[in-house]
Write a protein that binds this ligand. Structure first.
Ligand SMILES: *[C@@H]1O[C@H](CO)[C@@H](O)[C@H](O)[C@H]1NC(C)=O
Ligand SMILES: *[C@@H]1O[C@H](CO)[C@@H](O)[C@H](O)[C@H]1NC(C)=O
Ligand SMILES: *[C@@H]1O[C@H](CO)[C@@H](O)[C@H](O)[C@H]1NC(C)=O
Ligand SMILES: *[C@@H]1O[C@H](CO)[C@@H](O)[C@H](O)[C@H]1NC(C)=O
Ligand SMILES: *[C@@H]1O[C@H](CO)[C@@H](O)[C@H](O)[C@H]1NC(C)=O
Length: 560
């Protein structure tokens, strides 16, 4: 094993094969908001996660697409965790090679998950640095939060390389703390039919949810997942419901918290997610996944993925407001996370991700700029939710693009079959108004898939009702709650739950959705695009997807 500090050097040496580096394209730069607090002591305990190579991944993908295609005989024939496990479980050889490598280094404290494709092991920093040549573990601090990571790339021995996808807990930092924008719009109080911002009853009116459109199946549930050091307060939720929940039957407390709720102030994001999934998905049992990884060397998002593989009974719908720049993550990591999404999808679990709050995004590369897709929003295996606002922010008028709504085309994942014709139609029709081709990959996975209002919300946090909260982290739980309501009706009719929605959503061709056709989202502020990314258009578009739910029609379409 040659020790080299730069993966690029390694690529040159090994003729682009990149022998010992599992994540040769992982960004190892320390984000600027983290301060280096120096080396960790050699005896300090780290908890690293080993993603073992799985079997039958192509078959898993084929199954996901069949199980999610309403025209397939296999539609809705979801698998149990046990069945997923026997499909993807790493080969005996993989398990043997990885375990004996760990044992040679004296590492024994490992925990596996049900699907046996992850190992999480505790070890000293000294052992970790010997196990993964190249690593230098430092502690990094941001506000009250500290993590342990290596700013230098890691390698593994050649004989172990084919048996691992990546090692978690070495590089990726917890996501940026996104301050949800508080953007006071200009009220026009003289007009008739004005409202004071988006509340549950405004959403329920706009999306045509009647007071009887609430959950009733005892075996239904929904979840929000949080990866920042953010907590919701049960008292905020009950106050929110007592102020805003008068017009519809609802629950005012969370059924189950998975993970550790810290003390301290409530987070705006956490309060928003739980308050709004329980407003559209009213009277449905709600779980909160919070701080799944509290150890300094864990990656919170990855930790949530491990939990999904280790719990046989899970809510059917999960909404997540988390994203990283696609270009900051290794392709090995992203494709493994995609496999994890497929594992959830074949079980009938719907995963919804916020599309992001930076429009098409912008990546500055010397003189050139390009758009900047966000992952997991750009994953072909999740449903991505964009954002809209009312044409007149204080009137229940029609919806237009919220200029922050994340959207665009993946630079990494190719366009999945289910969306090819919708995206082609958009590209053809948009023609000359499209941004220059150098800014995006028109053959990549295009997102978002669907959207909902994302502007001007009321949220109760730390006992205080706060107006003007905006972001696709608002629209995501709103759509999630409505899908959970549709699951509820399906469960009551003994139909399988919706699971991975996209193949079916694209076949609806917009039925059950309000098409959003006005407005463009933001992007690079350069001369070529002048701050404008893509624009909404009739049918599907990379700003608002197919549009926003018209619940009764969507329910009818998805109950068949
Ligand atoms: C998965 O669950 C099992 C059984 O509950 C537990 O022993 C194990 O530690 C869990 N794995 C991880 C990685 O937490
Ligand atoms: C950070 O720590 C300080 C002092 O220990 C404490 O007062 C503050 O509430 C903490 N902030 C958060 C967000 O936990
Ligand atoms: C749903 O809402 C829209 C506008 O909010 C309205 O035009 C329509 O008649 C409503 N009802 C149905 C069943 O679509
Ligand atoms: C709320 O859900 C429960 C089942 O979880 C059901 O028994 C009850 O009837 C529902 N309430 C309403 C008003 O539909
Ligand atoms: C879920 O509950 C409904 C009634 O609320 C019942 O009809 C259905 O069979 C149940 N489904 C499963 C999978 O247990």
């Amino acid at each position: 094993m040659i020790k080299l500090t730069s993966p690029f050097l390694c690529c040159l040496w090994l003729g682009l094969v990149c022998g010992g580096f599992l994540e040769h394209d992982q960004n190892v730069l320390v984000p600027h908001d983290w301060r280096d607090a120096g080396w960790v002591r050699p005896e300090e305990e780290l908890l690293l996660t080993f993603a073992l190579k799985q079997q039958n991944v192509p078959l898993l993908e084929t199954m996901l697409m069949k199980l999610s295609d309403p025209d397939s005989a296999l539609y809705g024939k979801h698998l149990s965790l046990e069945e997923v496990s026997s499909l993807v479980r790493p080969s005996t050889e993989t398990q043997k090679v990885v375990l004996s490598w760990l044992q040679t280094h004296g590492i024994r404290g490992c925990h596996s998950v049900h699907t046996q494709d992850f190992l999480q092991c505790s070890m000293s920093a000294e052992q970790a640095q010997r196990l993964l040549p190249g690593t230098r573990f430092h502690r990094y601090v941001r506000k009250n939060h500290s993590v342990v990571r290596s700013s230098a790339p890691y390698s593994v021995p050649d004989e172990v390389h084919p048996h691992l996808d990546f090692v978690g807990g070495v590089h990726r930092f917890p996501p940026k703390e996104q301050d949800l924008p508080l953007s006071p719009p200009q009220p026009k109080p003289s007009e008739v039919g004005v409202h004071l911002g988006v509340t549950p009853s405004i959403l329920r009116q706009r999306y045509n949810l009647s007071s009887s459109d609430v959950g009733g199946a005892s075996n239904n549930s929904q979840a929000v997942a949080q990866f920042l050091e953010q907590y919701y307060h049960p008292s905020d939720l009950s106050e929110f419901m007592s102020i805003f929940g008068g017009s519809f039957p609802h629950q005012s407390s969370v059924e189950r918290v998975v993970g550790t709720q810290g003390g301290g102030k409530a987070g705006l994001e956490a309060s928003l997610d739980v308050e709004y999934i329980m407003s559209t998905g009213a009277n449905i049992s709600t779980w909160v996944f919070t701080n799944a990884g509290r150890h300094e060397s864990q990656e919170p998002f990855l930790q949530w993925m491990l939990l999904l593989s280790n719990m046989s009974a899970l809510p059917w719908v999960h909404t997540v407001s988390y994203g990283d720049d696609e270009d900051s993550l290794s392709s090995a990591y992203m494709s493994r996370i995609n496999t994890e999404f497929m594992k959830a999808g074949v079980r009938g679990i719907s995963l919804l991700f916020a599309s992001g709050d930076s429009g098409a995004g912008c990546r500055h590369m010397g003189k050139e700029n390009s758009f900047r897709p966000s992952f997991p929003a750009s994953s072909p295996y999740v449903t991505t939710v964009g954002g809209t606002s009312f044409k007149n922010p204080f009137k229940m008028s029609y919806e237009v693009t919220d200029y922050i709504s994340g959207g665009g085309f993946s630079n990494v994942f190719k366009m999945p079959d289910y969306q090819v014709s919708a995206v082609d139609s958009y590209l053809k029709a948009a023609g000359s108004v499209l941004p220059p081709q150098s800014y995006y990959s028109p053959t990549g996975r295009a997102y978002p898939d669907i959207s909902a209002l994302s502007d001007n919300y009321w949220v109760v946090t730390n006992k205080i009702p706060i107006p003007w909260v905006s972001g696709t982290s608002a629209s995501t739980p709103v759509v999630g709650g409505m899908l959970a309501l549709i699951n509820d009706q399906r469960l009551q009719k003994d139909l399988p739950v919706l699971g991975f929605l996209n193949p079916r959503l694209y076949k609806l061709q917009g039925i059950g959705l309000f098409d959003v056709t006005d407005g463009c989202h933001l992007s690079c502020l350069d001369e070529e695009v002048q701050g404008k990314g893509f624009c909404a258009a009739p049918s599907w578009d990379p700003v608002t997807g197919w549009g926003t739910p018209n619940y009764p029609e969507l329910l009818t379409a998805l109950l068949q």
